[in-house]
Design a protein around this ligand. Structure first.
Ligand SMILES: CC1=C(CCC(=O)O)c2cc3nc(cc4[nH]c(cc5[nH]c(cc1n2)c(C)c5CCC(=O)O)c(CCC(=O)O)c4C)C(CCC(=O)O)=C3C
Ligand SMILES: [Fe+2]
Length: 390
């Protein structure tokens, strides 16, 4: 009888589905964990951005209103756990790390830990579904800086990176994200009359950033309109009635002289009320979890605006750790791995899975992608692009 070792050696060796990656980085924005963190966090976020002091004081108040703690860190921990569980369920051996741009745990520390654990190639999943300077390029610029820090730790010369990071494409039009948002909207309709109007909401950005976001595909606004149309029609099919909707924006900052995407959600709700609407669902498709913009700008301000006008108003859930979303994210990670393997082998990569009117966003950003922040180039190199200086 053959010894066990030779029996197992006859099993054909399979490429692990996550290869060439040896770790997954959940890469997020970060937020304060207590009152003393609020100001230094806000300084990190706004360094060099020209946000007026009054706006900063106002945003600090939003955080202090919730005890100086952002809900975002707990939400990322929950998502990290959900991703690890889904990977384990599929038998995929891939540790999930968590790192942030603006607060601890910082990305550079997550990369240091990955390196210490022997990882050399990491796949990053950004907690923003849409492509724009704020949702893609800025994460890539900060990642470039973190990779430089890790290289300098080891005293390696420029260009000799000890660890490489690839990024999962912007996933707004992935079926998992759309399905999870649809489920949340269908559930919200249990609490309002069938003729309630849906106000899909996302973060406002400057008009100049909106223009730059269209460099390598549909613009930030167009990406949201595509998701909104998909979610509304899928929800209508399930609910058995029409779903009327609009797209509105929240959390505008910057000087008043600078145009940002409109309408503001509060102004829009006022306009709907004036036009005879009596019930609204506020659906935060622009955010993946109920972080501060959702907790304050929507649940505190926008719902108060609606209540003050006598409207029936509910807020649909953000996708959070909903099963279709988490499943979709793991599908995207494995898709990115299959793409990396194909490119490494000089083969044609798989076509990314999507729903809606748009093709998949690129995995590797072209030169110039989303580079203009306020009508001028950021001037900062970025990781996960064909040319870091591009
Ligand atoms: C598109 C977008 C997303 C979605 C994509 C993504 O998720 O990344 C997002 C997310 C977030 N934004 C957040 C917080 C802040 N954003 C700010 C400022 C800004 N955001 C912008 C855009 C976006 N922001 C822009 C154009 C600015 C102006 C300054 C600049 O040009 O960059 C400021 C400064 C004060 C203020 O101006 O409001 C804060 C404190 C938090 C953490 C929340 C928490 O703690 O729970 C999260 C998840
Ligand atoms: Fe923001």
């Amino acid at each position: 009888m053959a010894p066990t070792s030779s029996t197992s050696s006859t099993v054909p060796s399979q490429t692990p589905v996550a290869a060439p990656y040896d770790a997954l980085l959940l890469y997020s924005f970060g937020g304060p964990d207590g009152p003393d963190d609020v100001l230094p966090f806000l300084r990190n976020v706004t360094a060099g951005k020209g946000i007026p002091d009054e706006r900063l004081a106002e945003v600090a108040e939003h955080y202090h209103h919730f005890g100086g703690r952002s809900p975002i860190n707990g939400q990322n921990l929950a998502l990290q756990r959900a991703l690890a569980d889904e990977l384990a369920r599929r038998g995929v051996d891939l540790p999930v790390l968590w790192g942030n741009r603006n607060w601890a745990p910082y990305t550079r520390d997550a990369l240091r830990a990955a390196l210490a654990d022997g990882s050399r190639r990491v796949v990053a999943l950004v907690t923003s579904a849409y492509a724009s300077y704020s949702g893609c390029r800025q994460y890539r610029e900060d990642l470039w800086g973190a990779l430089e820090d890790v290289r300098e730790d080891l005293g390696l010369p420029a260009g000799e990176q000890p660890i490489a990071v690839d990024k999962v494409r912007a996933y707004y039009n992935h079926p998992g994200f759309v399905e999870a948002n649809t489920d949340a909207l269908v559930e919200a309709f249990e609490k309002v009359p069938a003729d309630a109007r849906v106000v899909f909401v996302t973060h406002s950005i400057p008009d100049t950033m909106e223009a730059a976001s269209g460099f390598a595909g549909p613009s930030y606004r167009a990406q949201h309109l595509d998701v909104a149309a998909q979610v509304a029609s899928a929800a209508a099919a399930r609910l058995g009635h029409d779903v009327a909707w609009d797209l509105a924006f929240c959390s505008r900052s910057g000087p008043p002289s600078q145009p940002w995407l409109e309408p503001d959600v509060n102004d829009h709700v006022r306009e709907l009320a004036a036009g005879g609407t009596t019930a609204v669902v506020i659906a935060p498709i622009g955010f993946v979890s109920d972080h501060m913009e959702v907790a304050f700008d929507l649940d505190t301000e926008a719902l108060e605006t609606a209540a003050g006008l006598g409207l029936t108003a509910v807020r649909a859930d953000s996708v959070g750790t909903r099963e279709p979303f988490v499943r979709g994210l793991v599908d995207l990670v494995l898709e990115r791995a299959a793409t990396a393997r194909a490119l490494d082998a000089g083969e044609q990569p798989p076509v990314g899975v999507t729903v809606g009117a748009h093709p998949p966003r690129r995995d590797v950003c072209p030169v110039g992608c989303c580079r203009q922040r306020d009508g001028v180039d950021s001037g900062i190199p970025a990781a996960c692009s064909v040319d870091p200086l591009g």
